[in-house]
Design a protein. Structure first.
Length: 277
C-alpha cells in the first residue's frame, strides 16, 4: 500500500511539474504560481521554488518572489539561480520600483526574434551600462529598441537607456540604419554582478539601397570560409596526367637521344658536331 501511495505521489509531482513549466512557457503566470504551490505541498522541491519565484516576479509580487527564492537557497546554498534572483530583487525593492500585477514591466520580444539566421541575426554585448537599479527590473526576453547616434547604437527598454552596442557591431548597423534598414533586438543574457548584458539583434527590413550588404558578416576571409569540394579521384586523375605528360617528355628525350648519329671517328663529322649549339 505504501509503495502504491509513493507511486501516486511521484506521478502527481511529475504532472504538476510539467504543468508548471507549460504555464510558464505560455506566460500564464497565475496558473504557474498555483501549479508550483501545489507541487510544494507534496514536499520540498528546489526547482519548484525557483519557478514559483519567477512566476511571482513576473506578476510584480516581488516580496513573495524573494521569499520563494530564499526557500530554494535554504535547501541549496550554492544554487546560482536563487542567488542571482535574490540579488536582483533586493536591488529592485531597495529602489522602490515594484510593478503591480505585472503592469509597467518591459515588453517581451517575439519568439521568432531568437531564431538565428545567417547574415540576418547576431549577438552583441552592451557597454556603458546603466546603474544596477536600472538593470534590476530587466530579464532575458525583454524587447530592446535601438537608435543610431552617429556611429553609436543606443539600446533602450521602453524610455530607459540601458547601454550601447559594442562599437564593432554598432558602426556597421548604424550605417545600414541610415540607409533605411530596420532592426529588432531583445536581451538574451543579463548579469548585474559582473556587468554583462547580451542582446540578440535581427534585421527585419532590408532597404533597396542596402541590397547585397550583409548585416552580420561571418568571421574570416571568403577564401577560407567557402572552399570548393573536389573528389579525391579527380585530384588523382590530374596527378596521373601530369605523371603521364612527364613520362611522355622522357620518352621524347630518349627518342631524341637515340636518334643522334654515333661518333664515327671522322674529323669532319667531329667538327660539325662541335659547331652545333
Amino acid at each position: 500500500m505504501a509503495l502504491g501511495e509513493a507511486d501516486t505521489t511521484t506521478r502527481q509531482r511529475r504532472q504538476l511539474s510539467d504543468a508548471a513549466i507549460a504555464h510558464a512557457t505560455r506566460g500564464e503566470w497565475e496558473e504557474a504560481v498555483t501549479a508550483n504551490r501545489q507541487l510544494l505541498e507534496l514536499g520540498p522541491d528546489i526547482d519548484a521554488c525557483n519557478r514559483l519565484g519567477k512566476a511571482l516576479a513576473e506578476l510584480g509580487r516581488h516580496a513573495e518572489a524573494l521569499e520563494a527564492y530564499e526557500q530554494a537557497l535554504e535547501r541549496d546554498a550554492t544554487n546560482r539561480i536563487a542567488q542571482r534572483n535574490i540579488e536582483r530583487l533586493r536591488v529592485l525593492m531597495a529602489a522602490k520600483r515594484p510593478a503591480a500585477n505585472g503592469k509597467g514591466k518591459p515588453g517581451k520580444a517575439p519568439v521568432t526574434l531568437f531564431i538565428e539566421e545567417m547574415g540576418k541575426t547576431g549577438r552583441a554585448r552592451l557597454i556603458n551600462l546603466a546603474a544596477p537599479r536600472v538593470l534590476a527590473p530587466l530579464s532575458a526576453g525583454d524587447a530592446v529598441e535601438l537608435k543610431a547616434d552617429g556611429d553609436d547604437l543606443i539600446a533602450s527598454v521602453g524610455s530607459t537607456v540601458i547601454g550601447s552596442v559594442e562599437p564593432r557591431i554598432a558602426a556597421r548597423l548604424a550605417k545600414l540604419m541610415a540607409g533605411g534598414n530596420r532592426y529588432e533586438a531583445a536581451i538574451t543574457t543579463i548579469h548585474e554582478g559582473n556587468g554583462e548584458v547580451m542582446v540578440m539583434i535581427r534585421e527585419v527590413f532590408t532597404h533597396p539601397n542596402n541590397f547585397g550588404k550583409v548585416s552580420f558578416p561571418t568571421q574570416g576571409a571568403p577564401t577560407t570560409s567557402v572552399r570548393p569540394y573536389m573528389k579525391g579521384s579527380a585530384l588523382r586523375y590530374d596527378d596521373d596526367d601530369e605523371v603521364e605528360e612527364t613520362d611522355e617528355d622522357s620518352e621524347e628525350v630518349e627518342e631524341l637521344d637515340t636518334s643522334l648519329p654515333e661518333y664515327s671517328g671522322e674529323p669532319e663529322l667531329e667538327e660539325e658536331l662541335a659547331e652545333e649549339p
